[in-house]
Design a protein. Structure first.
Length: 477
């Protein structure tokens, strides 16, 4: 773990305590109390499982980290050579950062930028319509809200999974250039070169283009994520370049890191925020999808600067000056399933991350849900006494995750300022009041502590099924 004293201001994981109650009724200091990273180190009599993970994106790596932390033998099969993650940023709310902290993730190495506020303004006139000052997330939710370059987050996850950590000496094995062509529900992974490997549990984390969802759900229905009618130009610009130009300088306050949301008419929206310690600004310009071709691409569609500038012509001239500086310009076709999956597990197979719940970017929680999934799996497959318990343990994963990820899929389908549009669909997944505005969504998204929730669920399961004398992973008091 990095030296927290030298981390960017506000980036530290500060577990401040108070007698305050959270929106879920829990006492904040008790619910967010740090959980020792070695709590699930195997004890005598614990069964070590052989676990195969398909895909080494955010979800696969998070699961690898958490499952190794619980003592299992973990092998990951990744089809690419891992050259680099896509050139874009990702935000990690406190709900994901608390799990990263439990993973002994080195925050400092990954160079996050702490987020302080959300700014809504008119993309044509630059008039500010709303400025949402975020609560001090470290105080309110036990951890700061951090913005990352995806490559930085991904390489630090990879390092955490494959190198010994202060409290976990075991590491995961990642096989690169290992495309998986099929999986069997009884724990077989079929590789594209014809090899078959047998595992106690198969974690499918191969992203939005997965082929495994229909198998797990047990349907012939097409469960592919399909285009939603929106496409985004995404690009990065070094902050220094923007500060040098008098037309763009006034748009960037380097001391107050913000997510900026600038609609320009009904269906054009420029969104940006900083990453890599504030050195880079990450942009997405969302417009109607009129592109032909590239049916199988989602994130990395080639883009032309000339076409981009044409479509940006409705933006204020100062925002057009920002767009002129675009580097690493790509198109991102936004895809999703028509509805959330009814199940995430079957026999020895579990779906996580975008394979389980692809979502649009409006909540910025797709990667965070992938990290929560991995963390939950690590806890719920810990301290297992017999392989016969695997189906029951995977069922616990289903019970813990299905409403949370389904609600997030639905919430993510519209902007945080458009809650009324999805209220009826969201209702079935949410106990209690539905979020109505950005502030409500923050409470809903950031409050749950997935690791503590998983520990408590596992405790209840053990008390009901095994009896209190025979289990050994007890909740830290
Ligand atoms: C531009 C952009 C911005 C985003 N911003 C945010 C944000 O701010 N906050 C947030 O929380 N989320 C964000 N998201 C969503 C988030 O990035 C995804 O939810 C997350 O990356 C999903 O991770 P994953 O591991 O499930 O899938 P992926 O990242 O797609 O990883 C899947 C992995 O599986 C591998 N693979 C695929 N098929 C096979 C196969 N057959 N065999 C072996 N390996 C295979 C792939 O090579 C890949 O490495 C954003 C997404 C995009 C595109």
């Amino acid at each position: 773990m990095g030296d927290e004293a030298s981390m960017p201001r506000g980036a530290e994981g500060n577990e401040s305590c108070s007698a305050e109650r959270l929106s879920n009724g829990r006492l904040k200091d008790e619910y967010y109390k740090p959980i020792p990273p070695d709590i699930f180190a195997p004890k005598p009599g614990d069964q070590i499982l052989d676990i195969g993970i398909v895909g080494a994106g955010i979800a696969g790596l998070a699961a690898a980290i958490a499952l190794v932390q619980s003592g299992h033998n973990v092998e990951v099969y990744e089809r690419s050579r891992f050259a680099h993650e896509i050139g874009a940023a990702i935000n990690m709310g406190p709900n994901a950062c608390r799990a990263l902290k439990f993973f002994e993730f080195d925050f400092e190495r990954a160079r996050p930028t702490p987020l302080q506020h959300l700014r809504y303004f008119n993309g044509k006139s630059l008039e500010t319509s709303r400025n949402v000052i975020l609560p001090d997330c470290a105080k309110s939710y036990g951890h700061a809200f951090l913005l990352y370059h995806r490559a930085d987050l991904h390489s630090e996850l990879k390092r955490t999974a494959t190198q010994p950590r202060p409290h976990t000496s075991k590491v995961a094995k990642i096989n690169l250039l290992s495309e998986v062509s099929d999986i069997d529900l009884d724990g077989v992974i079929v590789l594209a070169d014809g090899r078959k490997v047998h595992k106690d549990v198969v974690v499918v984390a191969d992203g939005i283009r997965t082929r495994a969802a229909s198998k797990v759900v047990g349907t012939k229905e097409n469960l592919d994520a399909l285009p939603t009618g929106t496409i985004a130009y995404r690009f990065l610009v070094p902050t220094e370049k923007l500060l040098k130009d008098p037309r763009t300088r006034h748009l960037f306050d380097v001391d107050k890191h913000a997510i900026n949301i600038a609609p320009a008419g009904v269906d054009h929206r420029l969104v940006w925020y900083p990453c890599r310690g504030g050195d880079l600004q990450n942009f997405g310009y969302f417009i109607p999808d009129e592109l032909e071709g590239y049916e199988n691409e989602t994130w990395n569609i080639p883009a032309s600067q000339k076409e981009f500038m044409k479509s940006a012509s409705s933006l204020h001239p100062d925002l057009q000056a920002v767009c002129e500086k675009a580097e690493d310009l790509k198109l991102w076709r936004l895809c999703s399933r028509s509805k959330p999956l009814p199940t995430l597990v079957k026999e020895k197979v579990v779906l996580i991350g975008d394979a389980a719940h692809p979502m649009l970017p409006h909540q910025g929680q797709g990667g965070a849900m992938a990290i929560e999934d991995g963390a939950a799996l690590g806890v719920l497959l810990s301290s297992i006494k017999s392989k016969n318990e695997i189906p029951a343990r995977l069922q616990l994963f289903q019970d813990l995750r299905i409403d949370r990820v389904s609600a997030m899929v639905v919430f993510s389908s519209v902007g945080q300022d458009e809650a009324a549009r999805i209220a009826d669909v969201a209702r079935q997944y949410v106990k209690g009041p539905l979020p109505q505005c950005p502030e409500d969504y923050h409470v809903y998204n950031f409050t749950p502590n997935v690791i503590r929730d998983a520990i408590e669920l596992l405790e209840r399961y053990k008390a009901e099924n095994i009896g209190p004398a025979n289990h050994n992973a007890s909740l830290p008091s």
